[in-house]
Write a protein that binds this ligand. Structure first.
Ligand code: GLV
Ligand code: MN
Ligand code: MN
Length: 579
């Protein structure tokens, strides 16, 4: 391995020599990016190299494609592959194909080469001989230009995997670069919005899977879209340590909420694997597909499936376009019938731990990079539909109106006023909508959401009861009707004392200071995981006054680095306290 820092400082010839094999027999790619140094991360280096390939003249691109060997082809059989190609093909089991698989591959390879006059190229990491054959059969149907682009894209993926094996870099910078990279997949150009099962969300999942594969983890996507990576341990049957967080976001989100808790463990696990460190238990990293509850009326869809608590009635709930959850899963080629099988057997799980940005100002004010979560506040969420009567804005006298939006406005204020009455209680109307509203029409319908939270279940439940009663009184007085549907009732969850102590000991060892313990006001996947295993959480300092669920959410590479070292220490010490 070679340090990124060393590559940044090397003479051009040494830089090219070190990276000359990242793109098969094509040192020109490294030559073209040598002048762009210094690179802040291997992701930035990879992006520059990929750009150089994609912007190269077509003949050079074709030469690069032709420099690749056929998969399980004659060169492999004659032992003529580069060392990198040999290892990659072996990793996908292509050196041990059955006779029928080999025959099919040979026939398809020939057909492919005759049709496109290039070898078939696939980044085989994560593949099996059968999935390689399926990909080959599908790609033969492409038109030539499209296939040329697909081949280049696969070459860039191979380069990502090769760079991951070659380059050593500071964890904090690597994590931040990956967070930036994921944030490029969004439903809109001007902000980060990544709701469940949208094209941006599927692309994010695919990139996370690629990162897991590059780290050397076995990776798969389950039936609700969770991306799962496993680092095997020295005792394969030992109870697993699960970690992870969500990759969906709110609308116009920050880049760190959820994703930090996926990418940080991937970086640490990849580094441990390359260093040959074996944990005494398998480590499973789960990128939960849905936690924020943005698109459908349900929330925690990813962790519910893992906890065996998926609510199958939610399959008929609809998004704003009227698409059901069932339809959205089918469109993403996810198999509803397999959701049950995503559930973990509690007997095989040691615990779930989650690293998350704090989303508040406590650590920032205390001058601390990380802190240990003591408990997670519970929440009750409802959606309310107010129905009045619609009419002409110019002709209906004020006294004769049943304005749904005006009634809703009073109800919003009722939430605010009741939830201001107790400390330790918060209430928010985050969505307020007049469906099909127009400037010159009296609103006949208004919809809004309510989210009430507290560290105390009793306080929260009392506020919820009072708010519901007040909403009914307002409705009666204004002669409108209300339909209130509760979409989440999550009790507050304490973090396991044993895991809090383990995190605190790791914080002390890594930072040299005692750990600060703090409660979480935000909800987390760990809440759902607590239904079947012990949970623990590590918070990382949030910059910018602690703002979150907002594009100004921020954190530093230095803090990501501290958190990663604490996570590593936690994992390597965990064997001692596992039951
Ligand atoms: C999740 O981000 C929440 O709403 O707390
Ligand atoms: Mn969030
Ligand atoms: Mn979150």
């Amino acid at each position: 391995m070679i340090a990124l820092e060393q590559l940044n400082r090397a003479a051009v010839a040494d830089f090219v020599a070190a990276l000359g094999a990242i793109f098969e027999h094509s040192p020109w790619v490294a030559e073209r990016v040598a002048g762009m140094r210094p690179f802040k991360s291997s992701i930035d280096l990879h992006r520059a190299m990929a750009q150089a390939v994609l912007q190269a003249p077509a003949e050079l691109q074709t030469a690069l494609i032709r420099a690749h060997p056929e998969l399980a082809g004659r060169a492999a059989q004659r032992g003529e592959l580069t060392a990198a190609s040999t290892g990659e093909q072996k990793g996908a089991g292509l050196n041990a194909c059955t006779e029928p698989q080999l025959q099919r591959l040979t026939a398809l390879n020939l057909q492919y080469r005759e049709r496109f006059r290039i070898p078939f190229i696939l980044a085989v990491k994560g593949h099996t001989p059968d999935s390689v054959i399926a990909a080959l059969a599908e790609r033969i149907a492409h038109d030539a230009n499209h296939e040329h682009r697909v081949a280049l894209n696969e070459i860039c993926r191979i380069a990502r995997f090769r760079l991951a094996e070659l380059i050593e870099e500071p964890w904090g910078e690597a994590i931040m670069a990956m967070l930036e990279d994921l944030a490029r997949f969004s439903e809109t150009d001007d902000a980060l919005s990544c709701s469940y099962l949208t094209p941006a969300h599927r692309a994010t999942a695919e990139r996370i899977r690629e990162y897991m594969l590059a780290a050397g983890l076995a990776a798969h996507v389950d039936a609700v879209g969770n991306v799962v990576g496993v680092l095997p341990g020295s005792a394969p049957d030992a109870r697993r340590v699960l970690t992870g967080s969500h990759y969906d976001t709110v609308i116009n989100a920050g880049k760190y909420d959820g994703r930090l808790g996926i990418l940080l463990p991937i970086v640490v696990a990849g580094s441990m694997r390359r260093a040959g460190v074996k944990l005494p238990f398998p480590l499973e990293i789960i990128a939960f597909a849905e936690e924020e509850g943005v698109r459908f009326k349900s929330t925690f869809l990813g962790s519910r499936a893992i906890a065996g608590r998926f609510d199958f009635k939610a399959l008929d709930s609809t998004d704003a376009q009227g698409i059901t959850l069932r339809q959205a899963l089918a469109a993403a080629h996810l198999d509803v019938a397999a959701i049950g099988a995503a559930a973990r057997d509690p007997a095989q799980v040691a615990c779930f731990v989650e690293v998350h940005i704090e989303q508040g100002p406590v650590l920032l004010d205390a001058g601390l990079a990380v802190g240990v979560v003591s408990s997670i506040a519970g929440s009750r969420r409802s959606v309310v539909t107010v129905s009045g009567s619609s009419g002409h804005a110019g002709t209906v006298p004020m006294g004769l109106r049943r304005d749904a939006a005006a009634a809703a406005a009073e109800m919003v204020l009722a939430v605010e006023s009741r939830c201001s009455a107790d400390t330790g209680l918060v209430g928010t109307v985050g969505r307020l909508d007049v469906p099909g509203g127009a400037i010159n029409v009296i609103p006949g319908r208004c919809e809004f959401s309510i989210d009430i939270r507290s560290g105390s279940d009793a306080l929260r439940d009392a506020a919820h009861r009072d708010v519901c009663a007040e909403i009914q009184r307002i409705a009666q007085r204004r002669a409108v009707t209300v339909e209130l549907t509760e979409v989440l009732e999550a009790a507050g969850v304490p973090c396991s004392e044993r895991l809090q102590d383990a995190w605190a000991a790791s914080v002390q060892r890594v930072t040299g200071s005692p750990a600060r313990r703090l409660p979480s006001g935000a909800g987390h996947d760990a809440m759902m995981m607590a239904s079947f295993t012990d949970i623990g959480m590590l918070f990382v300092r949030c910059g910018n006054g602690g703002i979150s669920h907002h594009p100004h959410e921020t954190m530093s590479a230095a803090d990501a680095d501290v958190a990663a070292r604490v996570f590593e220490d936690f994992l390597t010490s965990f064997g001692c306290l596992a039951p």
